[in-house]
Design a protein around this ligand. Structure first.
Ligand code: TRP
Length: 454
């Protein structure tokens, strides 16, 4: 079943860092805080943690099993493991989701580039919180600027993708992830010591369950899938490059832990700062872009050069974290086109980049020029986000857990989880029980509940 000549990740650390590089990105630092703000704070976070533990980790393991066993792109994987069945549609649906997410994700990734240059030119210095809001609105509503950044970002992703798997992805993740982590810790320290930060900390720690409804569950579940890169075969594609002795369970735990930790820390940067300067926590997608400049300016008001260095460094690392995520999405679609349609990798990559530029531009415009044009009350950006994170990813996750829990031969699952019996995995039975019953039923209940509300 091994396809010789297929690329592999070089080292153990490389495996974890590349997968964590895919998981950690704008989902943690941009989307998690704004969804937490939308859904009211601590109660959302608790439900989110439940989703990560109960659904996220087992489904991540399931994706790893499918990917490493089949050694193929996500749609091809089902053809290898379940030839002649309709399961390949799960893979195809994932490829579609990857393409859609990459389109709107690149818009926000482009914003981070604008902020890198704003920081480099010391453009944040001496402004009031009001002015940060105004300048963000002027920027994101501008028809040209965000589009130029978006195109540049996608081209950057493109060139890393065509250079190949190991060199591109592994090398970049190894340096950037630890740096980002350290900087985030520093910023948490700064943010919680701002005046009035206490109510932000309370917002994160004191749950108010009176506001919890089906919507909050769908939001938390969608965020868990989005942040962990699950439900569309992304980690499944990465796992197809894992080596035979990668410990799948341990890798899933490490990636889940790193990802969740960074999201929570991002919350501890954003909310104390937002409350400190009076920005509403439910400001939506703009939240981190209007809050963070305040953190840099206020926390280092006595040392402007520190504010300068930290803001440049932060936006550079944020853009790079976004890059390791866009690479992983691009890879899913590129590997699919390359292997299934027998076109060269380079050509496949150009199709993906071109298509995402097209839809990305439409998503970007939907936040400004074409704002009035909506479907189901949502512009293209919000629609792509909603359809992928809240429908396709959880649905994909549900089908993946059914595939591994029910369809796959138990012996095969056991071989993959224990590396042919060489590893002792104590949670084996629990994991299988979750994949068989708990995950599909829980996701089903959240969906049914939502249909009633609609
Ligand atoms: N998880 C990434 C983030 O948090 C985004 C991402 C990368 C993703 N690959 C994915 C989301 C696959 C869903 C599916 O920024």
């Amino acid at each position: 079943m091994m396809k010789s000549g297929r690329a592999n990740f070089g080292s153990k650390l490389g495996v974890i860092l590349a997968s964590a590089g895919s998981a950690v990105g704008l989902g943690n630092i941009w989307r998690f805080p704004y969804e937490t703000g939308n859904y009211g704070g601590a109660a959302f976070i608790l439900i989110y943690l439940g989703c990560v533990l109960l659904l996220g980790l087992p489904i991540m393991l399931a994706e790893f099993i499918i990917g490493r066993r089949s050694r193929a792109n996500t749609a091809g994987a089902y053809q290898v493991l379940a030839p002649g069945t309709h399961w390949r549609w799960v893979g195809r649906m994932g490829v579609l989701a990857g393409f859609m997410i990459l389109s709107f994700y690149s818009v926000v990734a482009g914003w981070t580039l604008e902020y890198v240059f704003e920081a480099l030119g010391n453009g944040f210095a001496g402004k009031t919180p009001e002015e940060y809001i105004q300048s963000f609105q002027a920027f994101s509503g501008n028809p040209w600027k965000p589009i130029i950044w978006l195109v540049l970002f996608l081209l950057g992703t493109h060139f890393i993708i065509v250079r190949g798997v190991e060199k591109g992805i592994e090398k970049s993740s190894k340096i950037m992830m630890p740096m980002l982590f350290v900087l985030i810790l520093v910023l948490v320290g700064c943010s919680v010591s701002l005046p009035g930060a206490k109510s932000g900390i309370e917002f994160l720690l004191k749950p108010d369950f009176s506001k919890v409804d089906g919507n909050v569950f769908l939001g938390a579940m969608g965020q868990a899938f989005f942040s962990l890169s699950l439900g569309m075969g992304c980690l499944c594609t990465y796992a197809s490059y894992f080596s035979k002795d990668t410990n799948l369970t341990r890798t899933a735990f490490s990636v889940g832990l790193i990802d969740t930790f960074i999201a929570i820390l991002a919350g501890f940067i954003i909310f104390p700062a937002a409350f400190s300067v009076g920005i509403q926590p439910d400001a939506g997608p703009s939240l981190i872009f209007i809050t963070l400049p305040n953190v840099f300016q206020q926390a280092f008001s006595g040392a402007p050069w520190l504010a300068y260095i930290f803001s440049v460094l932060f936006y550079v690392l944020l853009a790079l974290a976004a890059l390791t995520s866009t690479i992983s999405m691009h890879e899913v679609v590129t590997a699919y086109l390359h292997e299934e349609f027998k076109i060269s990798r380079k050509r496949a990559a150009w199709f993906v980049t071109g298509g995402c530029i097209f839809f990305g531009v439409l998503c970007s415009l939907s936040l400004g020029v074409t704002k009035g044009f909506t479907v189901f009350g949502m512009g293209m950006f919000d629609l792509f986000d909603f359809v992928t994170a809240k429908i396709i990813l959880p649905l994909g996750g549900m089908l993946i857990s059914i595939f591994v829990g029910w369809y796959l031969d138990k012996k095969l699952v056991w071989e993959e989880i224990t590396n042919d019996g060489t590893l002792k995995v104590r949670l084996y039975k629990v994991i299988l029980f979750i994949l068989k019953y708990i995950a599909p039923i829980a996701i089903g209940i959240v969906f049914i509940n939502e249909l009633k509300i609609l």
